[in-house]
Design a protein around this ligand. Structure first.
Ligand code: GLA
Length: 699
């Protein structure tokens, strides 16, 4: 098959050089500066535009042309190495990292810093051939094989030994390289392994957690269906339709195993690198293959891969995923991957509209990202992802999207001094728990019930009204929030219940959404009806839950609407409990019964919403929740479809605005502000479809 000849590469490079003469001049200046101060890292903006770059896939003679094009687009960070194990260690114990050293240095000459990925997501063929036990066992018992990626067994000792040695080599070589700013361990942890070794480790894990089989049998109610265990080695792996205690334990084991898998590499990285270099791993937003809180606790920085796939950016769903990622470490995060236009893995891989990629980049920054990095720069000529969106084509020249990426690059550079040191602050928190999401997924009770959609149904209107929401686990410290909403907090541990009770007693407003507080720490039913340990505080409870075929009408303070798939019949036991919404005529059981109740507790308040609210009624509910809790819009009212993202720093607030409505929108700011992207001062802004503005109140 035809490949680019070196002549072709040099032709492309020369034409780029003549086209971007100014840039080349700048590169030369930076290059000269770099060699004069060999150890000085490139000065990069506070808000970074980056890209995944795979130098191992291209002749070295081409690197400089790519890097010049990146520099021209305002790209200041490359993420390299995360699938290059076969190039880094072509045979066991023989490491070749010189090429990577040259790639890092070449990038630095263009003002570009590097994040190095450890390559453990893609083991080389010699490794899995020599040590077949390192291959993961799939759920159906078959062994995975070489040829894709993520084919390793995350619990296997040999694999850990080899991946640690590889990470150590990298850390030793680049740990004090000033051009390397951070590390990404592996790539998108996802595939668990289900073989004999994994099972034995799971059983050992159970022994440590439960101590005795008696304890495990009681807490899992294994007298049900004769599930009683007489020996630890009888406990199976189950991932669906098993004992709920077993299912939850397996997922907790998987989460702990990813944590220890990561720690195995983290230890050798931390031991060898400058503490200024951060360590992260790229997560996947709503992905629920492990508990992200468990895995994130050892990292310096949270990062995730923000994709749309088919269709267009859903600023609410992707926005909530940003906030979830921000909540993992309670601080700004990175978007380690995002799509330059389109992907190759959706049903229909449509391209994002013109201007949408830019709006998406600002959406990221608005939610607290400090870096937006594209996947990827240029498609490999072969390999599984040939059709994925890129910034330059297979011929090495810019795609039509390139100028839009370059615009983002320029804008990030311009806004960086204003955004440096700023972060997100919210008055509203949404509680999010993997235990609860899994518990509902395993027993949906209504096939249409999606726990993420439930969270997003609350998040959307609450965010529109408050203009900023944190997404945090139920164990988080909650004092700073005026309103805490727990949609579908199905599993509620005693410790978390205490945290919530304390929050309300200290004057906070807690809102529980449908299916809350039904299960205990072992995914067993609380013997009290919902909301279990919060029943006394609520002064009412859930008498019965109903999965609905036909929607149930609801009516009350939040207007009239319907509950499309789920209805909990509430009772108000204490006299001071107020009924906010009632069901209309439905299945007889629900007719006229409470659907939402609230109770003032000292200065605090607790509310329970038992119906899945339709969007209009949810708008009414969100309005009530924010008003009664004293939550204000961060900037003030804006037209529907315009999103506001406040970030705060020592010099005050910076507001990013983006218009996702198809019609242009006019926004009147509460005062005259600095127009960060265009210069000057503004009070009225007109935002076209996908238009973006950045304004600051700084004097
Ligand atoms: C993931 C991976 C990348 C790439 C992209 C394609 O996010 O981390 O390596 O496969 O998907 O969208």
């Amino acid at each position: 098959m035809k490949r680019h000849s070196s002549r072709e590469f040099s032709r492309i490079y020369q034409s780029k050089l003549s086209r971007f003469l100014g840039i080349a001049l700048l590169c030369a200046l930076i290059g000269a500066a770099a060699s004069a101060h060999a150890q000085a890292a490139p000065q990069t903006p506070a808000i970074l535009l980056g890209t995944a770059w795979y130098p191992e896939q291209w002749p070295e003679s081409r690197w400089d042309a790519d890097l010049a094009l990146m520099q021209q687009a305002g790209i200041h960070m490359v993420r390299v190495g995360e699938f290059a194990w076969s190039r880094m260690e072509p045979s066991e114990g023989h490491y070749d990292l010189d090429w990577l050293d040259r790639a890092v240095a070449a990038a630095a000459k263009h003002g570009i810093v590097t994040v190095i990925g450890t390559p453990s997501a893609a083991p080389p063929a010699w490794l899995t051939q020599k040590y077949p036990e390192t291959l993961r066992t799939m759920e159906d018992g078959r062994k995975d094989q070489h040829g894709n990626r993520q084919q390793f067994d995350f619990a296997n000792a040999k694999y850990r030994e080899l991946s640690r040695a590889m990470a150590e080599q990298l850390a030793k070589r680049f740990g004090h390289n000033p051009n390397v700013v951070g590390w990404q361990i592996d790539n998108e942890y996802a595939n668990a392994s289900y073989g004999a070794e994994d099972k034995a480790q799971f059983q050992q894990w159970l022994k440590q957690r439960y101590g005795t089989l008696d304890n495990l049998n009681t807490r899992w109610t294994t007298s049900y269906w004769s599930e009683t265990y007489f020996d630890w080695n009888q406990v199976p792996i189950q991932t669906a339709y098993g004992n709920p205690g077993l299912l939850l334990s397996w997922m907790r084991f998987v989460s702990d195993t990813w944590r220890s898998y990561q720690k195995n590499q983290l230890e050798v990285i931390r031991a060898n690198v400058d503490p200024k270099q951060f360590v992260t791993t790229n997560m996947m937003g709503w992905f629920d293959g492990y508990d992200h809180y468990t895995v994130a606790q050892d990292l310096d920085l949270a990062s995730w891969d923000d994709y749309v796939g088919q269709g267009h950016l859903d600023p609410v769903r992707n926005g909530a995923a940003h906030d979830l990622t921000r909540g993992l470490k309670g601080k700004n995060f990175w978007v380690m991957e995002t799509q330059p236009g389109g992907v190759n893995w959706a049903d229909i891989n449509n391209w994002l509209d013109k201007g949408e990629v830019r709006a998406m980049a600002w959406h990221d920054i608005g939610h607290g990202a400090d870096t937006v990095s594209y996947w990827q720069w240029r498609s490999a000529l072969n390999g599984q992802e040939q059709y994925h969106g890129t910034a330059v084509g297979p011929d090495g020249t810019p795609d039509p999207l390139y100028p839009e990426i370059a615009q983002i690059g320029r804008e990030f550079e311009k806004a960086s001094p204003v955004l440096a040191g700023t972060s997100v602050k919210s008055e509203v928190a949404i509680l999010h728990s993997y235990d609860s999401r899994w518990a509902i997924q395993w027993q949906k009770h209504n096939k249409n019930y999606d726990p993420v959609k439930e969270i997003v149904s609350f998040y959307g209107p609450l965010r529109a009204l408050s203009q900023s929401v944190d997404v945090v686990p139920p164990s988080a410290s909650l004092e700073k929030y005026k309103l805490v909403v727990a949609p579908g907090l199905n599993v509620l541990t005693e410790a978390d219940a205490k945290n919530l009770i304390q929050y309300v007693n200290n004057g906070g407003h807690l809102v529980l959404g449908q299916r809350s507080a039904m299960k205990d720490i072992d995914n067993g039913l609380w013997p009290d009806r919902q909301p279990g340990p919060l029943t006394e505080l609520l002064g009412g409870r859930v008498e019965q839950y109903y999965a609905l075929v036909d929607p149930a009408p609801i009516e009350g303070q939040w207007g009239a609407g319907e509950s499309p798939m789920w209805a909990e019949l509430l009772s108000a036991k204490d006299a001071d409990v107020e009924v906010l919404m009632r069901y209309g005529k439905s299945n007889g059981w629900l007719d006229g019964q409470p659907a939402a109740i609230t109770r003032k507790v000292g200065k605090g308040r607790i509310t329970y919403i038992g119906a899945w609210l339709d969007p209009k009624t949810m708008d009414g509910a969100a309005k009530w929740m924010t008003e009664v809790s004293g939550v204000k819009a961060a900037l003030g009212p804006v037209p529907t479809g315009v999103e506001v993202y406040p970030r705060y720093g020592a010099k005050g607030a910076v507001y990013i605005l983006a218009n996702f409505a198809t019609a242009p929108a006019g926004v009147k700011l509460p005062s005259i502000m600095n127009d960060v992207l265009n210069g000057g001062a503004v009070q009225t802004i007109t935002l076209p479809h996908y238009g973006v503005a950045v304004v600051s109140a700084e004097k």
